[in-house]
Ligand binder design. Structure first.
Ligand SMILES: [Zn+2]
Length: 274
């Protein structure tokens, strides 16, 4: 059974981690993975002012460690050339999917449903690339609509779909802010990652609030639809790499052995084709 970390970043200089900017080095990641028996990781580039070449860097690390790292390409989907970028990304970066961080998380991404995006969605269908999104409660409806309209495209949402953002569900909400309608969309997966951001106390890797969100998603969507990820290195400000894994491996009590294997790696292998 492979253990796959579905969400890491690799940067030699990750400025927001100051004064520990070099925590995201690839040698450190591989060391954590070795120590914790993690077979592979999916790398999401961070393309920012302090790291303009991170798509290229991550692609290079992916080529150097093909058995350990699979890479996505950061594609700014709101830009006009997004469809062309998607079409190029497999060849240019060896990527298995794209990653999108919208400039403003709380803004409605209605534009994704408009005709101007037809070519973009066609590019995903033509390439078979996974569409990985940073998407929160204000856009659950958009995400559901996309998954329904494009059953051929595999969508993955980061970090429990960011329930702690403004307008998000509380852990008692049985609909998870409406997101559990995705039970009918097998092409939509959610990462069981970024627990610290959903926790009442970010340092507590057994935080009942964060585990409560996981539990809702598990009950509503089933174990086939959840992918464990660490969100390393940012997670390192809150808990250790090993603790980010043990949230699922040890403390997600309602998972039986087969379902645990799915969440820890089998689902990521299937969804990303790695
Ligand atoms: Zn992240």
């Amino acid at each position: 059974m492979p253990v796959i970390d579905a969400h890491v970043h690799v940067l030699s200089n990750f400025a927001p981690m100051a004064p520990w900017e070099d925590l995201g080095r690839v040698d450190r990641l591989l060391h954590h993975m070795d120590e914790c028996d993690v077979d592979k990781a999916v790398v999401l580039p961070v393309v920012a002012d302090y790291s303009p070449g991170n798509n290229q860097e991550c692609a290079q690390w992916g080529r150097e460690h093909p058995d350990r790292l699979a890479v996505l390409t950061d594609v700014p989907m709101h830009q006009q050339d997004a469809a062309e970028r998607v079409l190029r990304t497999g060849e240019e970066f060896g990527a298995v999917g794209t990653s999108y961080y919208p400039p403003k998380l709380d803004e409605k991404m209605q534009w994704m449903l408009e005709e101007a995006c037809d070519a973009l969605w066609q590019a995903y269908k033509d390439t078979g690339l996974v569409c990985n999104l940073q998407i929160g409660p204000s856009n659950y409806g958009i995400l559901l609509e996309l998954a329904q309209r494009h059953p051929e495209i595999r969508f993955v949402a980061n970090h429990l779909a960011l329930p702690a953002l403004v307008g998000g569900p509380d852990a008692q909400d049985e609909t998870y802010g409406g997101l559990l309608q995705a039970a009918a969309c097998p092409n939509l997966s959610i990462k069981a990652s970024g627990f610290y951001a959903a926790a009442a106390t970010s340092w507590d890797f057994r935080c009942p609030q964060a585990l409560g969100f996981f539990s809702r998603l598990l009950k509503g969507l089933g174990a086939d639809r959840l992918l464990w990820g660490s969100d390393w290195p940012p997670v390192g400000r809150h808990v250790t790499y090993r603790q980010s894994l043990e949230i699922i491996r040890t403390f997600a009590a309602e998972l039986d052995e087969g379902d645990r294997a799915k969440v820890l790696g089998e689902n990521a292998a299937r969804v990303y084709g790695i």
